[in-house]
Structures are given as structure tokens and as C-alpha cells.
Design a protein around this ligand. Sequence first.
Ligand code: FAD
Length: 429
Amino acid sequence: MAKHDVELLAVGAGPSNLALAVALEELAPGLARNSLIIEREREVSWQRGMLFPDSLSNTSFLKDLVTLRNPRSKFSFLNYLHATGRLDHFVNLGSWVPYRTEVADYLRWSAEQLSLVELQRGVALQDVRPVWTDGVLDGWTATLSGGRTVRSKYLVLGAGRDARVPHELRGIAPDRVIHSTEYMRRIGTLRRDHPYRVTVIGSGQSAAELFYSVHSDLPACRPTMVMRSVGLQTYETSKFTNELYYPSYVDRFHAARPEARGQILAEMHHTNYAGVAPGMMETLYRRLYQDRLAGTDRIELVTMHDVTAARDEADEVVLELTDRCTGATRELRTDLVLLGTGFEPRMPETVRRLANAVGQREVEVTRDYRLVVDAPATAACYLHGVNEATHGIADSLLALLASRANDILQDVLTLRQNAQVPAAAVAAG
Ligand SMILES: Cc1cc2nc3c(=O)[nH]c(=O)nc-3n(C[C@H](O)[C@H](O)[C@H](O)COP(=O)(O)OP(=O)(O)OC[C@H]3O[C@@H](n4cnc5c(N)ncnc54)[C@H](O)[C@@H]3O)c2cc1C
């Protein structure tokens, strides 16, 4: 152990690694004392780019960092409400789903309650490399912002997914394109009363929220929403399909044949992606109705169109839209493009680089989220929230936080124990 600075390094203090930190403190205090989480932002929060005051989480407050694993935990959302004097109000509201800002505050509060795991804020992972000793992978060297390096035996990546920017828009001047993950930070830097022509791209919940919010954030703007689908649709929320978000469903999904996994993911797509919450649908439609009623024609919805090209021209962006029905193209001139295009489905770049560095062409994880390495290894790396293809639709969501943290921790504890046995046997021999 002496050659490692910490035993476990966790990257990103989002819900995934906070759930792991809680599990470490409750189940493995020794390892917790030798664990470090780094977070690139100065504050722990949640979905900073889309932290609108009216936005609700779509997940029960009982699917917090810990309750489904340990309902008696002091890190529960209910205990957060109690500790911050808001339990009566929340109970009286009669809602299963908290506001997004409330979830963010619960995560910040939980991070403050950690007493064994160290959390360093304002520290970003820049690069990570495997450490080999005599052909055995026995650690990781992480380079952090500022150039500092940290060596660890176990590495847990919980840094979220990469924002998806359609390739047609990658060459556009960055100050004219805002992905949803950056919306809150950047929208306030624009001239509030300027009559911007704004184009929102996408048709899911993020796009709908951007379209709604930009009306009030830039009150003089003229927003157009462009989507390739036939129109906005609500996401599906039946209690039957919601059973596929149970932690226990991960085993069934993981054991399924590839074609069955494909079918399940395709059928479940509308329960999470490309759909809008019913309340937001009603609000947006009323806004469109009022716009038509007033005859202002400020709002436009363009359905069944792809953005097939884009270019900067003088002080505007020219989007080429192709009608999926007719194949005809037309130009849409705009000042600002808002991307509600979600996240890259493939593995994040950091993960792909790391897998390549340990000689893996493909990124693959075990049932317990450990990166598969086809080489002798005593070190291990775990991946949170990027394993939908093998672990099911809930993988990137809050529903699995508590159980996944436990799965990862138990695997680490087993590896640690196994590592001690041969050492003891050798010493005894
Ligand atoms: C707008 C929005 C709303 C959502 N609402 C819901 C919902 O209601 N219910 C639900 O189940 N899911 C929801 N999700 C899905 C969401 O992905 C999960 O809820 C959850 O945030 C995943 O947690 P995570 O910790 O894996 O990743 P993240 O929440 O993305 O956290 C990753 C953390 O890592 C940090 N980080 C990134 N890179 C580095 C680096 N290089 N070094 C150090 N730190 C780094 C980030 O700053 C961040 O704090 C929503 C997603 C979005 C975008």
C-alpha cells in the first residue's frame, strides 16, 4: 500500500460517487479513510446546466443515495429534510418527486456529512494512466488539474457522460452554440433584451425545457424548435415498465441474450429518452396557443426536419434544414443555437483512452461494473452510469445509485481480501 497515495480514487462527486462514498462510510470505514473523491466544480450540485427553479426530478425521493440499500441511513433524503427543517413542508406537499434544486441541495448536504471519505472540490481529473509492475497492472496514476498526480489501487469513474454535439454543428463559433449542460451558466451572459433569433434543437425533455426557459431568460427573443420527430411526445410512465428500473432487474438484463437486451432497450426507449414530461407538454402547448391567440407569431415549431449542415456567416449562423417528408432543403438563419441533444451513447473519451492504455480494444465491464482487463491485475477500475448496453435502461439514472454503490464496494472488498490471502500464504510459507 505504501506506493499508493490513496487506496481508492473516485472521480466526480455526482450522485454516483456520493452514493459510493456513503456506502464506504457505512460498510467499510477503513477503506473510506483511505479514499478520495475529486470534483472539478467548486460546489457539489446536480445538473448545473438545467437547474431551473420549476423543474422537478422525475424520480421518487426514496431512490436517493442510500435508502434502497439501507433505509435507516442518516444520509437519506428524509433525514436531509429533517436536518434542514423542511420535513413538514415536503410531507405536506404530498409529492414523490422533489424539485431538481432540492436534489442538488441534498447532494451538497450529503457531501458535507461525509466524515471519513475525503472530498476535494475544484480538482479535475486531466489524465489517468495504468501502473504496471513486472507485467501486472497494480495501480493507476491520475494527473489532476494543477499537475499534481495521485496514485491509487482502485479507480472509480463517475464523471458523467459526454455532451452530444451533432457533427454538423461542431465547426460553429462556440459563442453561438449552447449545450443544455451549459445553459444556466451561459444564458445570463447574453444581452437580456436583445431580439435574438434562437433555435432549439431536439425533442426530448431537455429541449423542451430550453425552449420554455429561453422565453423568460431572453424575453425579446424569437425561438424556433427544430426536431426530426413528428412532434413532441410525452414519455411513457406506466407502473408496469417502471419495474424495469428496479435494482433487481439488472441481473435479469445482464444475463439476457444480446438480441433480448436490444429489444428491451428499444421498447424502453420512450420511458426515458426523446419524451417530455406531461406537465411540460401542457405548459408548452399553452404557450404556443397564447402566441397564436395574440397573433405575435413569435414561436415556431419545425417538425420532421434534420439539421444537415451549418455555417457561420457574418454575425449569424445559417442552418440547412432537410425536410424528412420531401427531401427539400431550406435555410434557417439564427443568432443562437441551443442544443437539447443529450449525451453521447458511446463510452466517454476518458474511459476509451484508459481502456486503450490497458490494451483493451473494447470497453467492457463485469456485472459488478469492473473494467475487464485481459492482463494480470491487482488493481481495478469501475465505471458508473455508462453501462446501459449491458446493465439496462436505468444505468445512467438515480434508481440504481444505492445498489450499484454496494455492488462496486463489495467487489473492491473481495479483491482486497483475495490480495491479502496469497500475501499471507507466502509469508507463512
Ligand atoms: C437535466 C437532467 C435531469 C435529469 N433528471 C433526472 C431525474 O430526474 N432522475 C434520474 O434518475 N436521472 C436524471 N438525470 C440523469 C442523470 O444522469 C443522473 O440523475 C445522475 O446525475 C447521474 O449521476 P453521475 O454521478 O453518474 O453523473 P453526473 O451527475 O453527471 O456527475 C458527474 C460529476 O463529475 C464531475 N466531473 C466531470 N468530469 C470531471 C473531471 N474530469 N474531474 C473531476 N470531476 C469531474 C461533474 O462536475 C459532476 O459533478 C437527469 C439528467 C439531466 C441532464
